[in-house]
Ligand binder design. Sequence first.
Ligand code: C2E
Ligand code: CA
Ligand code: CA
Ligand code: CA
Length: 275
Amino acid sequence: SKSAGRNCFTIYDEAMSAELEARNTLEGDLRDAIARCQLEVHYQPFMDANNGARRGFEALVRWRHPARGLIPPDQFIALAEETGLIVPLGEFVLRRACADAATWPSGLMVAVNLSPIQFKEADLFDVICAALRDSGLAPHRLEIEITESVLLERGAENHAFMERLKHLGIELALDDFGTGYSSLSYLTAFPFDKIKIDKSFIRNLTHQPRSSAIISSIVTLARGLDMSVTAEGVETSEEYERLKALGINFAQGYLFGRPQPVGQIDLDEPVQSSQ
Ligand code: C2E
Ligand code: CA
Ligand code: CA
Ligand code: CA
């Protein structure tokens, strides 16, 4: 009936405005969180698969919300990107990660995720240089992880930007490989040092022979392009053994450690000797 229809719309509107309100609250909270330093950077190790030694840590942001506790990035990164808050958030993570890594043994690297939105900021290069300078971290100890969406938009500009980073000695990793509009031509056209195979491929590894085939082709391709390969989301030693047999260079996942606050990292563990 008509009235039921109208009710339906009313409910729909209310649901919409409730959602909008929740979003606005979250946006305001996130703005405050950045200003009040409620963001934390946690670190997850990645290992050199050749010798089993720890090679470095990936910096992963968390939000210590006064009422809601620790909020994972999947719940606020998209909002931060839509609102532009990713720019100050990303700078905070970069500066924090460089400052923390500068206190670690010099064989350890730090990997920082950069959003495609940050790539549109004209001063990103200066922001990165300032983070390195202020922390004293050697550029070759910083790795920047970007997803392939950076390559789709503004390809030529981003390519030039990546070359400038490489020139400084910064390492570049292509994150979440295999999940987006991956085209192999991107790999040849952009100066990546490393490909990170998305964890969805690792998850299927022991059940789906196809995943092994995909991973081994990525390894072959990467070798031909003089790039190394990281497997993310390694949870079991079976997966790790299989991945080593397939020729991956680095491994990251719960098997080796979860993301942890900087104070909880055990820095006394053996570190790979830098050659
Ligand atoms: P990502 O860059 O692909 O990071 C890896 C994610 O996989 C992390 O989730 C990590 O905790 C999780 N992970 C690691 N090992 C395992 C495993 O063995 N099994 C499973 N199931 N998961 C594992 P997290 O910390 O929740 O981060 C989610 C995403 O949020 C990241 O995915 C990244 O895209 C984004 N993110 C996190 N920190 C930042 C940041 O500072 N800046 C930007 N732009 N994005 C960030
Ligand atoms: Ca990443
Ligand atoms: Ca990833
Ligand atoms: Ca991701």
